[in-house]
Design a protein around this ligand. Structure first.
Ligand code: PLP
Length: 411
C-alpha cells in the first residue's frame, strides 16, 4: 500500500498568496467595473533591460548553429557565470568567495527549500516571525516540525524569533539553541535590515553553538545604508557558519526568467550524530548534481549580462524606480496617519493596521472600500498579526493612485 508523506498534511490550508488570489478573483467577478490595484505579491513589473535581452537573443541563436549548440551544461552552472558572480558580487566587495563555492540554480525559493536535503531531520529550526513562508513550510514537509497548534498559530518544535515594533523588528537570540537559523535580510515582509554589528551577533552566536545560518539575501540590491551588509560573508567568521541564497529575480527582474545561486563555503561543516564533522560543499554539489540538471544556457548568458556596465546601470535605474514607489507609499501612509516601517533598504512597506481590526479584516476593508490589494501580515507568521505588507513593485502611476485611495479611506 502506497503511503503518503503525512508531514504534508500538517501544512496550513492554503498558501497565503493563493488565498489572496481567490478573494481578489471573487471580488472582481462580483464587481467587474472596479479597477483593482495590486500591491500584494512581491513580483517585479519593469521589463528586462536591453543588454540582458540582447545576450539572451545571442545565446538563442548560438543554439541553432552546429558549432555553438549546447546540450546539458554543468549542473552547478557554467564557469562564465560563476566566475562573474564571484568577481562582481564578492571579490569586488572585498569578500573571498570563489567560483567553486557558487551553485547556480533556477531560484532562491527552490534552493531555500532544497537545502534541507543535506541537513539532518532532527535539527531544531529557528525562523524569524514574521517571514517569507517558504522556510517554515519546507521544514514542515521534511518533518522537522511537530504539529500545528491552533491556539498559538505556531508549529511545535520550531523556534519563532519574534520581530515586532517592540524590538524594532530585530530578532533577539533565543533561549533554546537552534541548529538551523533562517535569516532573511533585508527582510520580507518587514523591510528590516541589520547593520554589520547586529548581524555579527548572529554570526558569533552560530559559531559558538555550531549552528548553521541560512541567509537569504534576495533583496540585497535594494540596500541603501552603507553599514548594512549585502552578504553575510562580509562578517568575519561567517564562512564557518553560513550558507547564502541570492537571486536574480528581484535584482535583475528575473522572476519569470528564473536564475539564482547559493553559496556554500568550502570550509563550512555540519556534524554526524557521533560528532564527526562533514563538509557541506561537496554534499550540496552531490545533491545538486543528482537532482538538478542545470539552468539553461540562454538564461545563464542573460544573468551574466546583468553584470555588464550597461546592464548594471539599467538594473540600478529599475531598482531606483521601485524605491521611489516605496518612498511614495511610506510618505503617503504617514500623511494618512499610519505607523509605517521598512521601505528604506527593501521594496516592502510594513504598516500597523488600525487598532481593533485584524490584518485579514484590514485586507478585506482595503479590497472592498478602495479596491487595493496588499498582504495581511499574519500570513507571514503570528507576529505579523496587526500588520500589513505593501510592495513597491507596482507602476508609479498605480502606486500613487493606490495611496490616494488609501488616504481617502476612513481609518
Ligand atoms: N527569498 C525571498 C525572501 C523572497 O521574498 C522570494 C520571492 O519573493 C524568493 C526568495 C524567491 O526567489 P526566486 O524567485 O529566486 O525563487
Amino acid at each position: 500500500m502506497i503511503k503518503v508523506n503525512e508531514n504534508f498534511l500538517k501544512l496550513q490550508d492554503s498558501y497565503l498568496f493563493s488565498t489572496i488570489a481567490k478573494k481578489v478573483a471573487k471580488f472582481q467577478e462580483e464587481n467587474p467595473d472596479k479597477k483593482i490595484i495590486k500591491l500584494g505579491i512581491g513580483d517585479v513589473t519593469r521589463p528586462i533591460p536591453k543588454p540582458i535581452l540582447d545576450a539572451m537573443h545571442k545565446a538563442v541563436d548560438e543554439m541553432g548553429v552546429q558549432e555553438t549548440f549546447r546540450g546539458y551544461g554543468p549542473e552547478q552552472g557554467y564557469d562564465f557565470l560563476r566566475e562573474k558572480i564571484a568577481e562582481c558580487d564578492y571579490k569586488n566587495r572585498g569578500i573571498d568567495i570563489s567560483k567553486d563555492e557558487i551553485f547556480v540554480s533556477d531560484g532562491a525559493k527552490c534552493d531555500c527549500g532544497n537545502i534541507g536535503d543535506i541537513l539532518g531531520l532532527k535539527n531544531v529550526v529557528a525562523i524569524t516571525d514574521p517571514v517569507y513562508p517558504v522556510y517554515l513550510d519546507t521544514n514542515v514537509m521534511a518533518g522537522r516540525t511537530g504539529d500545528f497548534n491552533e491556539e498559538t498559530g505556531k508549529f511545535e518544535k520550531v523556534i519563532y524569533l519574534s520581530s515586532t515594533s517592540e524590538n524594532n523588528f530585530i530578532p533577539e537570540l533565543p533561549n533554546e539553541v537552534p541548529d538551523m537559523i533562517y535569516l532573511c535580510l533585508p527582510n520580507n515582509p518587514t523591510g528590516t535590515a541589520l547593520t554589520k554589528e547586529e548581524l555579527k551577533v548572529w554570526v558569533d552566536y552560530a559559531r559558538k553553538n555550531k549552528s548553521l545560518i541560512l541567509f537569504d539575501s534576495a533583496y540585497e540590491a535594494y540596500i541603501k545604508d552603507s553599514n548594512v551588509p549585502h552578504s553575510i560573508f562580509e562578517i568575519e567568521g561567517a564562512k564557518e557558519c553560513a550558507i547564502e541564497f541570492r537571486s536574480f529575480s528581484k535584482t535583475a527582474g528575473f522572476t519569470g526568467i528564473r536564475c539564482a545561486y547559493t553559496v556554500v563555503p568550502r570550509e563550512l561543516k555540519a556534524y554526524k550524530e557521533n560528532g564527526e564533522s562533514v563538509l557541506l560543499n561537496p554534499l550540496w554539489m552531490r545533491r545538486h548534481g543528482t537532482k538538478f540538471n542545470g539552468v539553461s544556457y540562454v538564461v545563464q548568458r542573460a544573468a551574466e549580462a546583468s553584470y555588464s556596465e550597461e546592464g548594471r546601470k539599467l538594473i540600478k535605474e529599475n531598482i531606483e524606480y521601485y524605491m521611489n514607489n516605496a518612498k511614495i507609499i511610506v510618505e503617503g501612509l504617514k500623511e494618512a496617519g499610519y505607523t509605517v516601517y521598512g521601505g528604506e533598504n527593501a521594496p516592502y512597506i510594513w504598516l500597523k493596521v488600525p487598532d481593533g481590526i485584524t490584518s485579514w479584516e484590514f485586507f478585506d476593508k482595503l479590497l472592498n472600500e478602495v479596491n487595493v490589494v496588499g498582504t495581511p501580515g499574519v500570513g507571514f507568521g503570528p507576529c505579523g498579526e496587526g500588520y500589513f505588507r505593501l510592495t513597491a513593485f507596482g507602476t508609479k502611476e498605480n502606486t500613487i493612485e493606490a495611496i490616494e485611495r488609501i488616504k481617502s479611506m476612513k481609518i
